[in-house]
Design a protein around this ligand. Structure first.
Ligand code: EPZ
Length: 422
C-alpha cells in the first residue's frame, strides 16, 4: 500500500486547478442509465470512487470508455441487462445505492445489497426507501439485499424527514420517469444536486425548484442521452484553501464557483485570513492576527461536514480556542486521535470538539480512517515540524485527484511512496 511522506513547514504558493466534483459525477454517471444511447461526460475526475461507479454501471450492462488523460467518460446504454448490484460493489462505495432510482424507474425492479456500517456513522437508507414506497414501490429485505418492485411508479408528495443528499438524488432520478407529478419536500440544496438536476433537464426531464427545499417533477416517458460537463469540486477547492491557510501561504484555487465555498470563506475570514475572489477563482493569504472560531456543520448552504476535519486541522494551528460542532454524522471525529499524535490539543464533548491552538504541530506516523479525515492529516502534515508519514492513503485516492501532484506544484514537500507499510 502506498504512503505519503510529507516534510512540513513549506508555505504553499500559487494556483491550483480544481477537478470535477466527485459527488456530482457519481449520481450523474448513474443517471446516464435513464436513457439509451451514448452519454458523454466531461470534467470527470479520475478517482477511485468514480472507477467503482463505472464498475456499477458496467454490471448493469452499460459500456464505458474513460479517457483519464482528458477526464472524458463515455457511457453507452442499450436497455438494462441486470437489475442487481452485488455486495462487493456496495461495500466498497455506498453511493452504489444511487442505481436504485433509475432501475426502479426504468425496469420496475432493483436488487441492491444493503450497505453496512461506515467509518463516519451508521448512515441508514430509510429515507430513500420511504420515498420509493411513497412512489408506489414495494420494498423487502432478503439475504442482505433490498428488493424493490413496482408495476409502475406514480407521482406523489414526499417529505424527507431529514435533509439527505443521497435520498434527494435517488428520488429525483426515479421521479423524472415516474407517471404524473412528484413533489419532494425538505430536499438537499447542495450544488451537486443542482448539477444532477441540470443534467436531467438537459436529458429532457421536467424539473422545477432545483436548489430549493421543494423540487417538483413532471414525469416524462423518455429521456435522451446528452453531453454534459461536471461542475467543479467545492470540497476539493475548500481543502486546498485550507492547505494554503495552514501553511500561511498564498494559494489561489482556479476553475471554481466561488459561491460554492462561501461558508468556508466566511470561516477563514473570521479566523483572520485574507480572502479574495473573482469570477472563477478564490485566494487565501495569511494575516498577522489570527484567532479561533466556532464552526457548526449543516446542510448547504451551511458549513459542509466534508470540510469539518480539514478545518479542524487548521484550527489546531491558530491562537485561542475554536469549537467545531458536527451535526450531520455521528462519528466524524476519527481524525482527532491522529491529530493528537501530531501534538494537537483537542477535547471531544459529544458532537463538539474544543480545540486549543498550539505553537507548532510535530510530525508523527499517522493513518487515514476516511477520505476527509485523510485530508485533515495531509493539511496538518504540511504545517508540522519534521516529516510525517501517512498510511492508508487509498482513502484520499477516493476523492482527491492527483493530490500529491497538485500539492507538489504549490511547493509542498510531499512524496508518494509505492508499496509502503500497511
Ligand atoms: C453525501 O452523503 C456525500 N456523499 C457525503 O460525502 C457528504 O458527507 C454527505 O452527503 C453530507 O453532505 C455523496 O454525495 C456520494 P446524506 P449521503 O444522506 O448522501 C442521514 C465525502 O467525503 N440519513 O445527506 O450519504 C445520514 O445518516 C462524503 O465525499 C438518514 O438518516 O449523506 C446523515 O446523518 C462522505 N437516512 C444525514 O442523513 C437516510 O436514508 C445526511 O446524510 C439517508 C441519510
Amino acid at each position: 500500500m502506498d504512503i505519503y511522506r510529507i516534510r512540513g513547514g513549506k508555505k504553499l504558493e500559487g494556483d491550483v486547478r480544481i477537478s470535477g466534483a466527485k459527488n456530482a459525477a457519481l449520481p450523474i454517471i448513474v443517471a446516464s442509465l435513464l436513457a439509451d444511447g451514448e452519454t458523454v461526460l466531461k470534467n470527470v475526475p479520475d478517482l477511485q470512487d468514480i472507477r467503482t461507479m463505472i464498475k456499477v454501471v458496467n454490471c448493469l450492462g452499460a459500456q464505458t470508455d474513460f479517457d483519464t488523460a482528458k477526464n472524458v467518460l463515455r457511457i453507452q446504454v442499450s436497455g438494462l441487462d441486470n437489475r442487481e448490484v452485488p455486495y462487493e460493489l456496495v461495500k466498497t462505495m455506498r453511493a452504489s445505492y444511487y442505481v436504485m432510482g433509475p432501475l426502479l424507474a426504468r425496469a420496475g425492479e432493483a436488487d441492491v445489497s444493503l450497505p453496512g456500517g461506515c467509518a463516519i456513522g451508521e448512515r441508514p437508507v430509510d429515507i430513500h426507501l420511504a420515498g420509493f414506497e411513497a412512489l408506489g414501490a414495494t420494498i423487502t429485505l432478503e439475504h442482505g439485499y433490498i428488493k424493490a418492485r413496482t408495476p409502475g411508479l406514480e407521482g406523489a408528495v414526499f417529505t424527507m424527514k431529514k435533509v439527505s443528499v443521497g435520498a434527494t438524488a435517488n428520488l429525483l432520478m426515479a421521479a423524472v420517469l415516474t407517471k404524473g407529478k412528484t413533489v419532494l419536500e425538505n430536499c438537499a440544496m447542495e450544488p451537486d444536486i443542482v448539477d444532477l438536476g441540470e443534467f436531467l433537464v438537459k436529458m429532457g426531464a421536467k424539473i422545477s425548484g432545483l436548489g430549493t427545499e421543494r423540487i417538483e417533477v413532471e414525469g416524462v416517458k423518455k429521456l435522451k442521452p446528452v453531453n454534459y460537463e461536471i461542475m467543479p469540486d467545492r470540497i476539493e477547492a475548500g481543502t486546498y484553501l485550507i492547505a494554503g491557510a495552514i501553511t500561511r501561504g498564498r494559494v489561489r484555487i482556479v476553475g471554481v464557483a466561488p459561491r460554492h465555498v462561501e461558508a468556508l470563506c466566511r470561516t477563514l475570514a473570521e479566523m483572520g485570513f485574507a480572502i479574495e475572489s473573482g469570477d472563477s477563482w478564490v485566494s487565501v493569504a495569511p494575516s498577522k492576527k489570527l484567532k479561533g472560531t466556532i464552526i457548526k456543520t449543516s446542510p448547504y448552504p451551511g458549513f459542509p461536514t466534508d470540510l469539518q476535519a480539514p478545518v479542524m486541522a487548521l484550527a489546531t494551528t491558530v491562537d485561542g480556542i475554536s469549537v467545531v460542532i458536527e451535526t450531520i454524522f455521528e462519528n466524524r471525529f476519527t481524525h482527532v486521535p491522529e491529530l493528537r499524535r501530531m501534538g494537537a490539543d483537542i477535547t471531544i464533548e459529544g458532537n463538539s470538539a474544543i480545540i486549543r491552538g498550539v505553537k507548532k504541530l510535530s510530525a508523527a506516523p499517522v493513518m487515514m480512517s476516511d477520505l476527509r479525515a485523510g485530508a485533515a492529516l495531509v493539511c496538518a502534515a504540511l504545517a508540522a515540524r519534521g516529516e510525517t508519514e501517512i498510511r492508508r492513503i487509498y482513502h484520499a485516492d477516493r476523492g482527491y485527484e492527483g493530490m500529491d501532484r497538485k500539492l507538489g506544484a504549490l511547493g509542498a514537500g510531499i512524496k508518494r511512496i509505492a508499496g509502503g507499510k500497511p
